[in-house]
Design a protein around this ligand. Structure first.
Ligand code: ADP
Ligand code: MG
Length: 549
């Protein structure tokens, strides 16, 4: 009997060992978990945020300041914690940066909701209020945001530096150099869609890394760096003005699917058979030579004999190249990926000023560079240790996201908590115009936003409450709305003058994702888990469904 009716109420029979939390218990637990997750990343926010060292089961060490990475490596089990991890991932995908912010904000929204629940406000009222607040906040954000001219490199540079500023990737000089590399990369791959809007496919910027050297050695490559060696020692290691063929086929003799048996009865027959095979491979290589290719990249394998012929023809070949790299090569060199050698002609070939195998920290890599107006480029990250290059990679992908966001949307806002204080102020005034209990939720939403300047000032060793009060006072005047936390001076400061700019999209996405997460979590009033720790740890199953207050 899977279900039963008892006095008109539904009764569920849970499997042995399952746990169940109902109504307020479920809400209380979930809110506590959400806040705990937010607390775990809080200290990582901003340029003065601390790093976390995470050690996996296998003993791998990650040192990071990145919210999404911290949560991912923590391997959280609780479903609510997983929702928090998911919003960090969404933020990463949509805006490329702001992952710590979104989690902290969601935690704070939950805290506010918890307080309202204690006061007897119904979850659906809170949810409604949060929705109204998020809409309003987004409207205000769009109104107050400033226009960024995507050709104004000084704005892009500031956005890049602020995004990079929160991770420890090197000296100011190194950071300036890296942000230039990112901007150059984004500008190189940006494109216009059918409606004439600028867009950036972030995947077209390949971020390759290798421990060794220093972060300052990180380089922009106007082409693609392939983490593979040249197939055969007899091939040239370097070709200038390369004409590149991209093949999605094996330079091998296809072994038939059918179990064919070839009977060879004499040495002559054996000889003839091998010669035939050799001729076929030679034909293949000749087709490549005839198309005038000097470099070959193939997604599949290259037979030893074919390698030999390629080497003899002076062709540099690399095999088993990843599909994603092949696509990037096509975009960078302006080549077409060919699936049959009979199709290959000179016009399918791409161009690179230089294709060269180089030994980097003991490993061979193939550089395809000096492409003409490449639509895919590479940032090659170097750094003292694996942890350093890993964190630099996380930082640069954030910066790529931030710069792309601002170029696509053409709008930016002030960082350092200035925007959050402004939003909170406007939301509070707005809340007063809303009748009903929703206004309580809108006020809590405003309070939650102020967590950002609070945490930023705390991380700088300032008194969070004093700073917030100063900021609120300053924001009362129209000129004061540019004030945020100047974490390097341990005071409040003009974010406009300091150039602390952030893409509008980071803030807008963070507000939407955080409030959505809070809404999802608040809506749950019944948690059934079949992963209980045995019968004794389980809440009594089979109880009539409880009511949320
Ligand atoms: P997230 O993962 O959310 O991007 P970060 O650690 O990158 O977190 O910190 C971003 C926060 O730090 C933003 O609120 C941003 O405005 C603030 N911030 C960054 N640079 C500065 C700065 N120079 N002065 C003040 N605040 C800054
Ligand atoms: Mg950031």
């Amino acid at each position: 009997m899977p279900e039963n009716q008892l006095g008109g109420q539904q009764v569920l029979y849970l499997p042995e060992g399952a746990t169940r939390l109902l109504g307020r218990d479920a809400q209380r637990t979930n809110i506590a978990v959400g806040i705990a997750v937010a607390n775990a990343v809080k200290s990582a926010l901003g340029p003065k945020g601390m790093d976390k060292m995470l050690v996996s089961d296998l003993g791998d060490i990650t040192i990071t300041n990145d919210g999404a990475t911290i949560l991912e490596e923590m391997n959280v089990e609780h479903p609510v914690a997983k929702i928090m991890v998911d919003i960090a991932k969404t933020q990463d995908k949509e805006a490329g940066d702001g992952t710590t912010t979104v989690v902290i904000l969601a935690g704070e929204l939950l805290r506010g909701a918890g307080e309202l629940l204690e006061q007897g406000v119904h979850p659906s009222t809170i949810i409604k209020g949060y929705k109204i607040a998020a809409e309003k906040a987004s409207g205000v954000l769009n109104e107050t945001s400033k226009k960024a001219d995507s050709t104004d490199s000084s704005i892009l540079q500031k956005i890049a530096l602020v995004s990079m500023g929160s991770k420890n990737v090197g000296s100011d000089e190194t950071k300036a150099q890296l942000s230039k590399i990112v901007i150059k990369s984004v500008e190189q791959v940006m494109d216009k869609d059918a409606r004439g809007n600028t867009y950036i496919d972030r995947d077209l910027i390949k971020v390759e890394k290798k421990a060794g050297g220093t972060v300052g050695d990180t380089a922009f490559i106007s082409g693609v760096l392939i983490d593979k060696e040249v197939a055969h020692p007899g091939m040239p290691k370097s070709i200038k003005n390369a004409k590149i063929a991209l093949l999605d086929l094996a330079l091998e003799i296809e072994k038939t699917e059918v179990d064919a048996k070839i009977e060879i009865t004499s040495p002559e027959q054996m000889q003839a058979f091998l010669q035939q095979e050799e001729r076929m491979l030679k034909d293949m290589v000749e087709k490549i030579s005839k198309a005038k290719a000097t470099v070959v990249f193939t997604q599949k394998g290259i037979d030893d004999v074919a390698q030999h012929f390629l080497a003899k023809s002076g062709i540099l070949a690399v095999r088993r190249v990843k599909k994603s790299d092949m696509e990037k090569l096509a975009k960078a060199a302006g080549a077409r990926i060919v699936t049959s050698l009979d199709d290959l002609s000179e016009k399918d070939l791409g161009y690179a000023g230089l294709v060269e195998e180089r030994k980097i920290s003991g490993e061979q890599m193939t550089f395809v560079e000096d492409c003409k107006n490449p639509k895919s480029v590479t940032i090659f990250i170097r750094g003292g240790t694996q942890q350093v290059v890993d964190e630099a990679e996380r930082s640069l992908t954030d910066v790529i996201g931030a710069v792309s966001s601002v170029i696509e949307d053409g709008k930016f806002v002030l960082g350092g908590g200035a925007t959050e204080v402004d939003l909170a102020d406007k939301l509070r005034s707005y809340a007063n115009t809303i009748g009903g209990r929703e206004q309580l939720a809108i006020q809590k939403f405003a309070d939650a936003l102020e967590i950002i300047p609070k945490v930023l000032s705390e991380s700088a060793g300032m008194d969070a409450i004093d700073t917030l009060v100063q900021l609120r006072n300053k924001h009362r005047s129209k000129e004061g709305t540019v004030y945020g936390v100047d974490i390097f001076k341990n005071a409040i400061g003009d974010m406009n003058r300091l150039g602390v700019y952030e893409p509008l999209r980071i803030k807008e996405q963070a507000i939407y994702s955080a409030s959505e997460a809070a809404e999802i979590i608040l809506r749950i009033d019944d948690m059934i888990s079949s992963k209980g720790k045995g019968p004794s740890g389980g809440a009594p199953g089979g109880m009539p469904g409880g009511e949320a207050d």
